[in-house]
Design a protein around this ligand. Structure first.
Ligand SMILES: Cc1cc2nc3c(=O)[nH]c(=O)nc-3n(C[C@H](O)[C@H](O)[C@H](O)COP(=O)(O)OP(=O)(O)OC[C@H]3O[C@@H](n4cnc5c(N)ncnc54)[C@H](O)[C@@H]3O)c2cc1C
Length: 511
């Protein structure tokens, strides 16, 4: 299987973060071998033809955070086949009563439309963006550097970015994001889409210390929302081509069984029974996989017991349609371009989370709908549509002795029923489907307990505490072992910052 059994660095796992770390190393002239257990690269950023003629993403689809990083330019990924399609409007919130809220890349256009529909809201939106643009820049800088314990406080107090008094900033940052949107906006139809986007990281709108999930909202206007042409997985395909063009090897169907530790240092891996040696090992898998399954017991860090993985939070139904979606509130293409935020009001979010806490699937789930065939004609046959429905909140572990095999069919229909309230007639257009419940996410993508962010994104597991205190510098519990991926700072999502930050640490140590 292996072209060579000795590398400068072996990377375990070809998720986008592992590939990004490997690409930087290969670009710097190091010999890199990437080992991925699935039959395709990309992990939670991959695309497959699941229904004949229809390309389905298997994980993340909206590329937002990575657009704020220099990764695509630094690695010249356009030369390796990556083309981004911009989604503008970025977000649309159609409501069952016929109102529609659009959030465009341009702040003024967004604010002007809001002001026309809900007097006072446009001005509030402009003030919100003005107030928090500086803080959002600070967040972006922190994402792109290794975390340090006092960084956040130092940036807030001494950082050049803030227009606000830092005591005022702190008050909002410490609040639940649901409170932050309430304090800025009187109109429920403006609050709700902002809170629903913030909820995509996992924590509910009532959780203290989550203000930043909505306070970085100005960054959407800076970087926009985009999609690789051909599907989300075209990012990871381009990364693979980059690594191979720089002399690296990328192996699929290559499950790593063990990290070899010799004289206290990571000396290589055992994969499919073969030994592969290296100067350094970079594990880009879930932290639980690294600590519990790959490291010999003697080197398993105590912190492995404290990882907070949570109980999942979302599920995805991917549908192939033979005709485009048509929203009752706003027929036509404009409503099908960006992320479609289908949540009536904040109470719907609270209700869904309440049921989740009790171990029950939401009976009235808010949805994010996506129809990227509206901007990319490679995803569906002529006249067809891909429709993806992401719903929250859905526990991995169900109460009352239920299991997902028993309820999956019912929940699929529930998501379609919800969508029918916004776009009647969609059910009749369905020609194929894939349902990704929390057990599917765990067994197929290695996302333990269905958490798409690997670990819960609460403040107790962010910055210097991700994956755990003492292990947040991208260096693992034995020397020459490095960690990257969503289990490390700054966490989950298609961003690549963890991959880039880890590469910088590795490059410094190797040289
Ligand atoms: C359904 C879904 C929808 C999402 N939507 C969005 C979205 O729209 N926007 C967004 O920003 N984020 C989204 N996310 C989240 C985002 O996709 C993930 O947080 C992110 O892609 C994680 O990337 P990663 O490289 O850190 O880890 P992973 O993608 O988890 O990569 C880890 C890799 O390691 C491999 N591996 C594990 N163990 C081994 C082993 N022993 N040997 C070899 N290989 C191994 C795995 O197979 C995998 O390929 C979504 C995720 C899912 C699942």
């Amino acid at each position: 299987m292996c072209a060579s059994v000795d590398y400068d660095v072996v990377t375990i796992g070809a998720g986008h973060n592992g590939l990004i770390t490997s690409a930087y190393l290969a670009q710097a002239g190091y010999r890199v071998g990437v080992f991925e257990r699935r039959d395709i690269v990309g992990g939670a950023v991959s695309t497959k033809e699941v229904v004949p003629g229809y390309q389905f993403d298997l994980g993340g689809s909206a590329h937002i955070l990575i657009r704020l990083t220099p990764i695509v330019d630094e690695l010249e990924l356009d030369r390796y086949g990556l083309t981004y399609l911009e989604l503008d409007p970025m977000f649309v919130a159609p409501f069952p009563d016929g109102d529609t809220v659009f959030i465009y890349r341009d702040v003024d256009r967004t604010a002007n439309e809001l002001e026309q529909k809900f007097p006072g809201s446009g001005e509030a939106y402009r003030r919100f963006i003005d107030d928090w643009s500086g803080f959002a820049q600070t967040m972006k800088r922190m994402f792109l550097s290794s975390p340090s314990p006092f960084q956040l406080g130092r940036q807030m107090i001494f950082g050049p970015s803030s227009r606000l008094n830092w005591k005022n900033e702190l008050r909002h940052i410490l609040r639940p994001y649901g409170e932050v949107v309430r304090s800025y906006f009187d109109e429920e139809k403006v609050r709700t889409p902002l809170a629903w986007m913030a909820a995509q990281s996992g924590p509910p709108p009532t959780e203290p210390l989550t203000g930043p999930f909505v306070l970085w909202h100005p960054l959407y206007h800076e970087g926009g929302v985009a999609r690789p042409r051909g599907g989300s997985g075209m990012l990871t395909q381009a990364l693979r081509r980059h690594i191979e063009a720089h002399g690296g090897d990328v192996f699929t169907e290559a499950p790593v069984e063990e990290i070899l530790v010799e004289r206290g240092r990571a000396a290589g891996i055992r994969v499919n029974g073969s030994i592969v040696t290296s100067r350094a090992v970079c594990s880009a898998t879930h932290a639980k996989e690294t600590f519990d399954h790959l490291l010999p017991d003697a080197h398993r860090p105590d912190a492995a017991d404290g990882l907070r993985i949570g109980n999942g939070f979302g599920i995805m139904l991917r549908l192939a349609l033979d005709e485009p979606v048509e929203y009752a509130a706003h027929p036509g293409r404009e409503a099908r371009v960006g992320l479609q935020l289908l949540c009536r009001d904040m109470n719907q979010l609270h209700g869904a989370y309440g049921e989740f806490l009790g171990g029950q699937p939401s009976s009235d789930p808010p949805l994010v709908a996506m129809t990227f065939s509206a901007v990319d004609d490679t995803l569906a046959p002529d006249g067809g549509e891909v429709l993806w429905l992401w719903g929250q909140y859905f526990p991995y572990e169900l109460s009352n002795g239920n299991n997902w095999d028993d309820i999956a069919g019912r929940i699929e229909e529930r998501l379609i029923d919800q969508f029918e309230q916004y776009a009647p007639g969609t059910r009749d257009k369905i020609v194929g489907r894939l349902f990704q419940d929390p057990e599917w996410l765990e067994s197929r993508l290695g996302l333990f307990r269905g958490n798409v962010m690997h670990l819960e994104m609460g403040l107790d597991q962010m910055f210097s505490a991700r994956p755990a205190l003492g292990l947040s510098s991208y260096r693992g519990p034995v020397s020459d072992l490095y960690l990257t991926g969503a289990s490390t700072h700054p966490g989950g999502g298609i961003m690549g910052a963890a991959g880039r930050n880890a590469a910088r640490v590795l490059l410094a140590d190797l040289s």
